[in-house]
Design a protein. Structure first.
Length: 197
């Protein structure tokens, strides 16, 4: 086994920590833009994913605890997703998540495995799979937004107000919630709402 301190795996953990930390902040900033555009449902998607990115960052950072007090010098390329529209932000996020899934974390996992750090390799591979879920989530909402179907369905469906939990059935989310008066942007398809069976 290679000495952890001088391993490529230690550098990759720091690269991953930096990447996940930046993704969290990019998604938090994107959430603010979505909110300003009257799309609280997209804001929620970004914030939900941002919190998961924070958890990934912590996993990677925790593996570095034996190097506390030291500096790890890394290089890497990180995206500048300075878009104004929520659709463009969703598409950029999707691209970045798929890149982590297909390329970055697979490579990092293989290197960790080769260097003899099996638990770290496992973390890279598992988090890679989660990044695919993130990419799929962003793709789904980008598709709804692009097709003007974020609040409209071809078939009757359930719509939940993310503010108060009111559920409505129909082909279109209400213009405003009849319970809490929050605008249509707070509605999400019931099957996509968090914590629904």
């Amino acid at each position: 086994m290679i000495d952890f301190k001088s391993s490529e795996t230690a550098k990759n953990l720091m690269r991953a920590f930096a990447g996940e930390s930046q993704a969290r902040n990019r998604y938090t900033l994107a959430a603010g833009k979505a909110k300003k555009q009257g799309l609280p449902v997209i804001e929620s998607v970004f914030l939900f994913t941002a919190e998961q990115e924070r958890a990934h960052a912590q996993v990677f950072y925790d593996y570095l605890k034996d190097l506390k007090g030291q500096n790890i010098h890394i290089d890497g390329a990180y995206p500048v997703d300075q878009y104004e529209s929520s659709l463009d932000l969703l598409k950029a996020a999707r691209h970045n998540e798929y890149e982590e899934f297909q390329d970055v974390y697979q490579s990092f996992g293989n290197i960790a495995k080769e260097e003899g750090f099996a638990p770290i390799a496992g973390a890279f591979f598992q988090i890679a799979n989660i990044e695919k879920v993130h990419g799929d989530r962003f793709q789904l909402f980008a598709d709804y937004l692009e097709k003007n179907q974020l609040f409209v369905s071809e078939v009757e469906t359930g719509w939940m107000c993310l503010n108060c939990g009111f559920v409505f059935r129909g082909t279109k989310a209400p213009a405003a919630c009849p319970v809490c008066s929050h605008e249509q942007g707070y509605f999400i398809r019931l099957e996509l709402a968090p914590y629904i069976q």
